[in-house]
Each structure stands twice: as structure tokens, then as C-alpha cells.
Design a protein around this ligand. Sequence first.
Ligand code: ZN
Length: 292
Amino acid sequence: MHVKRKSISTKVSITGIGLHSGIYTKVELHPAHAGSGITFVRADLGIRIPALQASTTALDHATTVGRDDVSVGTVEHLLSALMACGITDLDIHINGPEVPIIDGSALPFMHLIDAAGVRELGADVRVLRVKEPIEVVDGNRSIRITPSNRLVVKYKIDFDHPTIGKQALAFDFHHDSFLKKIAPARTFGFKQDVDKLRAAGLARGGSIENCIVLDERGVMNGPLRYRDEFVRHKILDLIGDLALIGRPVVGEITAYRAGHSLHSRFVEKILRAAEAEEDAVSIGAAAAESFA
Ligand SMILES: [Zn+2]
């Protein structure tokens, strides 16, 4: 199966407030050449930060990538949209510390990429296929991947809340179904956590415009876009965190009550297994050569 590398056809931009920083930024997507990968560029400081697992610096409530003391926060919704569109090479210029939250979902980013146009590049992507199951467990939270020719994400959540409760969804990864079933699902948060988050410097840009807010009884700013919008958003987040592998991955993923920090440990483990596999292959090739 050959999959082409992809970028966008023309430059596009979007502006908005950061969910956690409360700072307004402008994000500009620039076409990039085959093999350059996805890179955040702090346009105000001239610093390039590859969208790779090795760049992650924080995972509390959102995924942050950085280099030296410079970072870009809440990258996961934009990266999720890029994954869904098969974008492998792109420069993301941003003039501040956090990707705008817009409406809390990935839909505005899907529309942005659509407006830019997707362009196939003249090179193939190296798809990562897991050979054996890989799992991370933390108490009653877990996430695992087993070999498959497609990317399937099965996510289950269990919140002690009357509106959320237990939700489960199996998602067969594909652009059109992502656009319809996953991209519109919004970030959610609990009213009782807002003061604590704000004291910790988080959720400063959060509002009823960009986040589903729940109190003890239910949703304060309904209606929901889906009855199970919460589990759909968890799938959106996971796909964004998987983008930090730096290449598309296929396999069947089962996640239970996971979140950004478990997603991140999972991505680390997948990368370590892939590296070990490649080392074994090159040692095998060297051995075969020495016997030739
Ligand atoms: Zn999210």
C-alpha cells in the first residue's frame, strides 16, 4: 500500500484566543516540501519546533510542544485535523504561545485545510505498522494497539456524571467519517474545576463559546452536537497526539479512561518498539551482507 506525502496548495490563516493562555494568536499554514514534516514556527521569535513526540514539554489538560524555553500549546486539535487530511509536510507559523481554540473542536481546522487545498507530493509516506501488541496501563486507565492494516480507535470513558457516564465508540479512521463523526466534537470541562484551573494559569481563555461546560446536573451551554460528544472528543484528542509519531500509524487501538499523559506514554512506547524493529532489520541486513 503506497500513501503519498501531502501538503497544502496555498497559505491560509486563522486567529483566535488560546483556551489556557487567554492570548490571541494568528496561525498561518504554509506549504512545505516532501520530507520536511510538520513544524511549528514561532513567527514572533524565529524558533522552529518539530511536531514530534521528542518536542513535548507539557501534557496537563492539553498537549504542548517546545524547544528551549519557547513553546506552542494546545496543538492536538489542529494536529488531529491534519492527520485526518493526510498532511505530512507543513509549516505552522504562530505569533504566540498557544493554538487558538476557536469553537473547541477540529471542524474549523478541517475547513481551513479544505480552503487551502490538499496537494499530493512526489514521495511516499512510511506508514508505521505495529508488529506486536503494545500497551500502557496506569491503574484502571489503559491504552493498547494490536496489529491491523487500518487505523481503528475504540475509546471508552466512564465519568461519575449524569450527562457523561459511560460512553464507548469504535471509529474506523477515514477523512470523511472523521469530518462527520469526530471533527465537530468539542472540548469539555467542569464548572467546579474552573477556579482551580485559572489559579494554575489554565483555562484563561475558556468560555461557553469554546468549551462544553458542565455543572453537577448537566450541560450549562447546550445543546450538545452529539449525545456522546465527550467520547468523540477523546478520539479527536488521541488522533492529534498520535500525530506526534511523525508518520501515519495503523493498528487497532483500544483506550479506556485515557488522557493526554497516557496517550503520550503510549506514543513513546510505539516509537521505541519501531526503533528496536528497525535496528533488528538493519542488523539482519548487515549480517546477511557479511555472509554473502
Ligand atoms: Zn481536546
